[in-house]
Structures are given as structure tokens and as C-alpha cells.
Ligand binder design. Structure first.
Ligand SMILES: NC(=O)c1ccc[n+]([C@@H]2O[C@H](COP(=O)([O-])OP(=O)(O)OC[C@H]3O[C@@H](n4cnc5c(N)ncnc54)[C@H](O)[C@@H]3O)[C@@H](O)[C@H]2O)c1
Length: 699
């Protein structure tokens, strides 16, 4: 495959990068650019060179897939290529259309001139993978856009439009449309006007009081990046650009990059990046599977979830009809949706025009007649199998053939629901998470009879509404809630032996969770978890649960919505206040069980929490409920506030070492309620074979 095209337009050679989808600078592409450049150098008729992208990108950056592999630094390395471009005897001009990110922007900066389409996006996203721009980006960007702006771009990782950068030294010209003809014209000007071959490395940084500014920057960045080493290293690298000669700065940047490359945080963030991409791949559903067209959607039920689900489609420009049983419920649901949009409008995150459009996309009805032509129907009624039966039997009768019939059930058997219809092949679970218009995760629950094109279409829909779709098989709680049930049960049992809710929450938050389990519970509603537990008591009579959570619920302490739960709350304030009453109940329950309470360390809390997730995750994996270990990580990263710098529960298991996880589990099994610590067979197998979750997928 040719990674780059070489053509000439008079005295200007054009090298077009051809490495879809984003022209990542893989070894193949680096070699191709080198070859083209050498050809231009040796061709006497060529006097300037334009490097352009193709497709939607100039260049999306280094090939992240090469990170940590020998090809990453194999010759020609990025440094080799950049040296050749910068020292080229003929002018090299970058033509930037689409995106120039990371290594792509670094490539542009070693060119002598840069011409961009005004709509192009330029950025340094490395920090989001726990890294910094390691091919001169931290040294050249401050020289071209100024220290302050460069630091912002490098530390935030957020892109900036060419329009905004037009008056900086980064861009020599911007074009309203295609940058390529403008860059060729610019190259001709360089030739005729004999413009010098400008090198970013030679630009002077004139920044009085740099040290004070950098100190200030460090002071601002440090508290915002507690668990992430990269942002402070970015400041350090930019500091080198300001205070040291260019070559010395490059050395400092290089060693900081290698340091970051080997941090567990960067490894975890890179794992998360690849895991998200991998989740869209379904082994027996090829990407060429024809999709069903989804042009209109219906949502049944306008409660907590229904309204949020409808918003996702309205936001994506797809009309939605919401169906309810009574006018009052419908009005209430639609009013909540409108209120949500109004609050976004007030915050300035939505224009009036967008607001009008989105609100208009959502209509309400009490009649099935109005949803019979929908391409996709998502049911979000009460979590009661008889209510679901009524709805699906009705949908089966009225909705056009070929439509996808989805259920948002959290716990019910999707196969059973599919069985309420004569078309189980069209039925699937689309499990949104609360708040449904915000949470990134969408579990796509594949029933035994779900057709492949329904699965493929659901995955495509998840992308369209900007969610991360993860395939799950049918089981109690699917991937996420099944693991969460095991985790919550462990945390509640820990109350019996000696911990208090606020201690457990603090330990989990210190580990990096957005919220500890009891705060999550107060937010989600303790009554919802109570409802699930009551079912589990019947279905798993041998499983022992702590009695404390039920006692909290019996007092009507359902969490934030009732003003009290595991914590007390002041009116109108969501800040949790440790509750004396709850602590008293916890102690009473220990006494009733005859347990002499002991000190539980934060380390033990985190181990019990994580290892219960890991053990259940291993079962889910070996039962084939999840397609791959990394999908389980994605579920936790996108739907459960798992810290991204830890990579997800199964990645974390590999980091700790599976034999170490098992050793701790055996220790726990010698204590209180040992049944939870029966190791999943897959865990024991991986440990005995010296394997990890990551390479179990490979085999
Ligand atoms: N709340 C959550 O956090 C959450 C998260 C994920 C999934 N779910 C699932 O989503 C579904 C809905 O949950 P919710 O929290 O939105 O419930 P909810 O009680 O807030 O809303 C349910 C709505 O469905 C309506 N309804 C009931 N029967 C109906 C029928 N036959 N036809 C039309 N409308 C009907 C009710 O009037 C109500 O407005 C459940 O299956 C639940 O398990 C909930």
C-alpha cells in the first residue's frame, strides 16, 4: 500500500499523506514521506514542496498503536523525518485541512511555512493519554504561538481552530476553503519572492517574567491534576522551551516523554483509548453488515429514563415521539425535558436556535397509532415484567415490520421480553444509564435470537447519539450492574465488621472513583437498590447480605431525593454529612451479629471493592457475557465513575498481578462471609498459566 502520493504542479511537488482514517504517522507513512521528500530534493525542476493530508485530516498524530513497540522508534523515526524536513534545501509548506493533532501538528511545525483552512482544528491531545508532545511540540509551539497559549493547548489537550490561530506565528496564511491550492500558491510565492526557509526552532521567545508565570501555571495545574503526572510535566517541558536553548529543551522534552510513557497512568489511559475503539468491534458481526435506517424513534414511558433517552435522539437531529399512558405523566415528562434544555440554554451551552430545534424534535402521544412507523422503539416503562409484556405485545401488533424494538430494562430477561413478540429477531436491550442524556455508556444487550443487523444498527446508533456502546449478553444485571451488585454487597458487609459509610466512600474516592458506593447509592436512590436486593434475596437464598441497608430504607432514607440516606443532607444542598443515626445503626447491626468491630484499613476497603468487581468480571468474561476483558473496563470507565488513570477493573487486575489478587481473596475467604470470595475459575486459570486478562483475549 502506498502511504503517500507524490505529484507535481509546476515547480511545486505535492506530497499527500494516505494513511486512513487520520494519516497517523506510522513507520510506513514516515518512510513514504521521506522517500517523497528525497525525490523532490533530487528533482531539479522542483523548487518547493507542499505536504498535505487527505480525507478529513492533515494528520492525526503519531500512531498510538506503535506506542511501546519497536516500530515506534524504528528508523526513520519521527525525529529523523522532522530533521530531514526542517533541513530541506527546498521550502516545505504544510497544507492543513481538517485536523492537525499531536505529531501531526509537530509535523506542520517543522515545515518552513503553514497554510490552513480556517475551519481546521489544531491541537496537542497527548496529555489525554498521559503523555506530552514528544517530537518537539513543547519546544516549537511556544516559539510560534507564545508561551501562554502554547501552555494552554499542551496542558488541556483541547483543539483550537485555525481561525483563532490565524494571527499567530503558527499560521502564515489561512484559506476560507481548501488549504491545498492556497498552499501551492503560497509555495509559488516563496519561490518567486525567494522567501527564506523559516525554522520554528530559531524563533525567539520574548516573555518577560517567564519564571513567575510558570510558577503560577504550576500552582494552577497541580491541584487540578492530582492523579495525573502528565500536566505538570508539560509545564516543565514548556519551561525548558522558555529558559533553555532549543537543543537542550529538546533533550529535556525527550526524557520527560519517556518518563511519562512508562507511567502506570499513561499505560492505563492508552489502554482505555484502545478499549473504547475495540468495543465497537463485534467478532461475528462484520463491519460490512447492512444497517437498518433509523430516521425516527419512539420512546415508551416518559419517566426518569424515557425523557433523557428521547433527548439523545433530539440532540442528534432524529425526531422522537414519546408515548405515555396518561396526559399528566406525558406533560410532566415533556416538561422535565424542556426544563433540562432550558438550563443548558441558560448556561450558554446551547444557542436559542439549537434549543428550538431540539425541543421541536420531541413530541408526545397517548396513542400507539402515532408510533407505528417508528424505525426504533425504546421501551422505558416500569421495571415490571407484566408491564413490559403489555407494551411489547402491543408493539408487536402495531409497529411496522423491520422496526427495532428495544427495552431499557436494567434487570429483566431480554429473551423473555423478546418472547412476548412474534419477532424476537428484532428485539434487543438498549440499557441507558442515568442521567440518560449525560451518561456515556450504552449497554447493547444481545438476546439469543437478536438479528445481526439489529446488533450492528444498535452499535451504529450508539455512535450517532455520542455514546460508547458495549455488547453484553443476557444475564442478571448485564455487565455493569451484575458487577456492581457484587461490589455493593461487599461494601455493605464491611460495615458489619468495622467500617463506616463515610470511611469507605473516602477510601474509594482516594483511589480515584468519582464517588464512593454510599454516595452513589444516595444519588441513585436507595429504594432502587432495595428493590433489586429484595429480588436477589428470593433468587439467591444462600447469599448473605448485610441487614444495614434495609434498615436505612425502612426509615424512608432513600438518599438525596428524600433529603436523607446513608448521609444527612441540608435542604437544597447535595453535600453529604455523615449521619449519627446511620452510624448508630451500623454499630447495632454488628452487635446483633456478635461481631467485635475491628479497624478496617483503607487498603483493605479498596482491595475488597476492586477484587469483588474483578472476580465477578472474570465470571462475566468466561460465561461469554462480555466479548473481551477490555469491554468490561469500558463499562466501568464510562458508566460507573471508575478512574480512567487506573484503566478499568480488569486492567487494574493485570497491574496488581492476578496471583496477588487471588492471594488476597484467599485471605478474605478466611474471614467474614467467605462465600463471596470463591475465585472465578478463569482467575485461577490465568494465575496458574501465568496469563493476564489482556493476553487471555489474544488467545
Ligand atoms: N432510573 C434509573 O436509574 C434506570 C437506569 C437504567 C435503566 N432503568 C430502567 O428504565 C426503565 C424505566 O425506569 P425509570 O426510572 O425511568 O422509571 P419511571 O418510573 O421514572 O418511569 C416510568 C414511566 O413509564 C410510564 N409507564 C408505565 N407503564 C406504561 C405503559 N404501559 N405505557 C407507557 N408508559 C408507561 C410511567 O407513567 C412512567 O412515566 C425501567 O425498566 C428501569 O429498570 C432505570
Amino acid at each position: 500500500m502506498a502511504f503517500a502520493d507524490y505529484t507535481s504542479r509546476g515547480a511545486v511537488a505535492v506530497i499527500a499523506l494516505k494513511n486512513p482514517p487520520v494519516n497517523a504517522l506510522s513507520l510506513g507513512l514516515r518512510t513514504a514521506i521521506m522517500d517523497c521528500l528525497e525525490r523532490a530534493t533530487t528533482d531539479a525542476s522542483i523548487r518547493a514542496v507542499v505536504i498535505a493530508g487527505s480525507g478529513t485530516a492533515f494528520c492525526g498524530g503519531a500512531d498510538v498503536g506503535e506506542f511501546g513497540l519497536p516500530t515506534m522508534f524504528a528508523a526513520p523515526s519521527l525525529a529523523d523525518l522532522f530533521e530531514l524536513i526542517e533541513n530541506s534545501p527546498k521550502a516545505v509548506i504544510a497544507a492543513i485541512n481538517g485536523v492537525a493533532f499531536g505529531g501531526g501538528l509537530e509535523l506542520a511545525m517543522v515545515c518552513h511555512y503553514r497554510v490552513a483552512s480556517a475551519s481546521a482544528q489544531l491541537g496537542m491531545p497527548e496529555v489525554k493519554l498521559g503523555l506530552l508532545p514528544g517530537a518537539g511540540g513543547t519546544q516549537r509551539l511556544p516559539r510560534l504561538v507564545g508561551v501562554e497559549r502554547a501552555l494552554n493547548m499542551i496542558v488541556s489537550g483541547n483543539p483550537v481552530s485555525a481561525r483563532e490561530l490565524a494571527r499567530t506565528g503558527l499560521l502564515d496564511s489561512t484559506a476560507d476553503g481548501d488549504a491545498l491550492p492556497a498552499a501551492v500558491a503560497f509555495a509559488e510565492r516563496v519561490i518567486t519572492e525567494k522567501l527564506p526557509l523559516k525554522k520554528a526552532r530559531d524563533a525567539k521567545i520574548d516573555f518577560p517574567n517567564a519564571e513567575a508565570f510558570l510558577d503560577f501555571a504550576r500552582g494552577t495545574v497541580a491541584p487540578l491534576s492530582k492523579n495525573y503526572p502528565a500536566p505538570l510535566k508539560c509545564v516543565e517541558a514548556v519551561e525548558a522551551a522558555v529558559l533553555k536553548p532549543f537543543d537542550e529543551g529538546m533533550k529535556i522534552e525527550g526524557s520527560l516523554f519517556i518518563e511519562l510513557l512508562n507511567t502506570p497512568e499513561s499505560k492505563a489511559l492508552r489502554h482505555a483509548f484502545f478499549a473504547m475503539r475495540a468495543a465497537a468491534k463485534i467478532p461475528d458481526v462484520p463491519s460490512s453488515t447492512p444497517l437498518r435506517a433509523i430516521k425516527s424513534v419512539a420512546v415508551v414511558g416518559a419517566g426518569t429514563m424515557g425523557g433523557g433517552i428521547a433527548m439523545n435522539f433530539a440532540n442528534a437531529g432524529i425526531p422522537v415521539t414519546v408515548l405515555e399512558t396518561a396526559q399528566a405523566a406525558l406533560d410532566k415528562g415533556l416538561a422535565t425535558v424542556k426544563k433540562n434544555y432550558e438550563s443548558t440554554l441558560k448556561k450558554g451551552r446551547l444557542t436559542q436556535d439549537e434549543f428550538d430545534k431540539r425541543v421541536k424534535q420531541i413530541s408526545g402521544t397517548l396513542s400507539y397509532e402515532d408510533i407505528k412507523d417508528a424505525d426504533l422503539v425504546i421501551e422505558a416503562v416500569f421495571e415490571d415484567i407484566q408491564v413490559k409484556r403489555q407494551v411489547f405485545e402491543k408493539l408487536d401488533k402495531v409497529v411496522k415490520s423491520g422496526a427495532i424494538l428495544a427495552s431499557n430494562t436494567s434487570t429483566l430477561d431480554v429473551n423473555k421480553i423478546a418472547g412476548f413478540t412474534q419477532r424476537p429477531q428484532d428485539v434487543i436491550g438498549l440499557h441507558f444509564f442515568s442521567p440518560a442524556n449525560v451518561s456515556k455508556l450504552l449497554e447493547i444487550v444481545r438476546g439469543a435470537k437478536t438479528a445481526k443487523d439489529v446488533v450492528a444498527t444498535s452499535m451504529a446508533v450508539s455512535k450517532q447519539i455520542k455514546k460508547v456502546g458495549v455488547i453484553s449478553g443476557v444475564c442478571d444485571g448485564f455487565i455493569g450492574n451484575r458487577m456492581m451488585n457484587a461490589y455493593f454487597r461487599q461494601m455493605e458487609l464491611l460495615l458489619d465488621v468495622g467500617a463506616l459509610p463515610q470511611q469507605i466512600d473516602k477510601a474509594m474516592e482516594k483511589f480515584g472513583f468519582a464517588m464512593g458506593p454510599f454516595r452513589v447509592s444516595d444519588l441513585a436512590g436507595n429504594d432502587i437498590l432495595w428493590y433489586i436486593r429484595k429480588r436477589l434475596y428470593v433468587e439467591y437464598p444462600d447469599r448473605v447480605f448485610s441487614k444495614t441497608p434495609d434498615r436505612i430504607c425502612e426509615l424512608g432514607r432513600f438518599g438525596q431525593k428524600t433529603g436523607a440516606g446513608w448521609y444527612d443532607y441540608k435542604a437544597g444542598d447535595r453535600a453529604p454529612i455523615p449521619s449519627e443515626l446511620v452510624n448508630k445503626i451500623v454499630l447495632e447491626e454488628s452487635a446483633k451479629l456478635g461481631i467485635a468491630r475491628r479497624k478496617v484499613s483503607d487498603e483493605e476497603i479498596v482491595q475488597r471493592a476492586l477484587y469483588s468487581l474483578i472476580n465477578e468480571g472474570a465470571r462475566i468474561l468466561e460465561e461469554g457475557i462480555a466479548l473481551r476483558a477490555s469491554d468490561i473496563d469500558v463499562v466501568y470507565l464510562t458508566g460507573y465513575g471508575f478512574p480512567d488513570f487506573r484503566g478499568g477493573p480488569l486492567f487494574y487486575a493485570d497491574t496488581v498481578g492476578i496471583p496477588n489478587v487471588l492471594r488476597a481473596m484467599r485471605e478474605f475467604a478466611r474471614g467474614y462471609q467467605p462465600d463471596a470470595w470463591e475465585p472465578a475459575p478463569l482467575l485461577s486459570k490465568l494465575a496458574s498459566e501465568g496469563k493476564t486478562f489482556a493476553n487471555w483475549v489474544d488467545t
